[in-house]
Design a protein around this ligand. Sequence first.
Ligand code: KG4
Ligand code: ZN
Length: 338
Amino acid sequence: MRILGVETSCDETSAAVIEGNRVLSNVISSQSVHLQFGGVVPELASRAHLRKIIPIVEAALEKSATRLTDLDGFAVTHGPGLIGALLVGVNYVKGLAAVWQKPFIGVNHIEGHVYSNFLGDSGVEFPFLCLLVSGGHTQIVIIDQHLSYRLIGKTRDDAVGEAFDKVAKLLGLPYPGGPQIDRLARGGDENYTDFPIGLSREKTFDFSYSGLKTAVLNYVNQTAPETLRAHMPDICAAFQKAAVGALVERTIRAARTYQIRQITVAGGVAANSYLRSQMSAAAEPYHIRVHFPEMQYCTDNAAMIARAGLERLQRGYRSSLKLNAYPSLQLGEEKNCE
Ligand code: KG4
Ligand code: ZN
């Protein structure tokens, strides 16, 4: 099956053409308009999606040498995300499906992140455990078979990506802060100061990031600006040690507890270089396999939406022209699909 995927849930306008696990094109346009505001402005995101969606889809078709008539179906993110942003993609794809008389399917953005693990020759097999880490989500899920999710743990407050972004803002770094902290921390001493790991006294698979964020805020308020500037890489490394430490400890313990031999990591924070090295090192003694998607499939992209959509279309799932956008859609929640 050759599928066109479209993703517009936040500040990336993306379109991709895939065939099976093979990505034929994956075009991503990141909106720079939000930089000056230090975060995503929903109305500006929707307007930018409106301007870009047609050229981005055309670029994805051209790059993959695909005509609309060659496609077997369309997949589009219908939640969770910003309502105005989601509506642009959903309605555009509904229009394509109606005009070209092709099947189409609404895809859960988080399910898309899980399916980024199947793109290319990943060799990922069931059952596997997925650590989902993005700007809006921090969850551990066990996946025994296609499209089935057992939630093992989740954040009780902030998502880890959100913690990266908020801490970066406290430190005066530009949005999105995750990649900035990742880069700076590489030259820092992670033991320069100690930041707390949320819920470290509980035997839980849940996460908490609000205490860590407050600890960094207090540290910044109590430290002279010149000291902060001089030790920026050290502070980033110490924060990252606590934030990523929780992810690695819970994930490895969950895999051992549920006797799962394969871990996958998905979502924007899966691009973090420290998480990539720490998770692999921690899993090795237990002979647990760790798979990270390629970098371009970690942050928001349409190839992962196309791949999840392909799985659903192959199993006979279809959306109707009544498909709506759902800002708070949960993983495993089914909406408006026939
Ligand atoms: O999956 P994603 O692109 O969008 C959402 O669905 O939220 O994830 C975006 C999040 C942001 O919080 C961003 O700071 C974080 O992923 N991120 C990173 C890195 N690259 C992106 N966090 C830490 N290290 C990175 N290298
Ligand atoms: Zn995402």
